[in-house]
Design a protein around this ligand. Sequence first.
Ligand code: FES
Length: 127
Amino acid sequence: MTTVITVCDTCRTEGTEKPTDDTIEKDGAKLAALVEAAADGNSNVSVRRHSCLMGCQGGCNVALQAKGKLTYVLGRFEPNSDAASGIVEYATLHDKSALGQVPFKQWPAAIKGHFVTRIPTLDDTDK
Ligand code: FES
C-alpha cells in the first residue's frame, strides 16, 4: 500500500490574481508536475490530480491519504521544487508510519506551516 498524494491541479497560489487567459498553466498544475517528478520511482507514494479540493483561498493544496491512516490536507504552497520534494518526503514518512503520524522532528522544513486539517481514520465501528 502507498500513501496517495492528491494535488489540486486548478489551484492558484494564495494572494495571486486569477489568470485572464485559460491557456496559462495553473499553479496547481505546475505543482502537480513537480510532485509527480519528485515521486517518480518512489514506491512509497503515488500521485493523482484532482480539480479543486474546495480550499481555494489557501492554494496550492494537496491531500495525503492511505487506508487505515490519518489523512492530512496541506496548503499555501508555491509551485516550486522545494515544496514538491517536501510533500513527497513527508508522504514517504506517512507511508512508513503505522498510523500516518510522523514525529515533528522528522517533518521536512518545506511542509512546516502548511498543515490545514488532519482527519482521523474511519474504523469498522464508524457508520
Ligand atoms: S482550486 Fe484548488 S482547492 Fe479549489
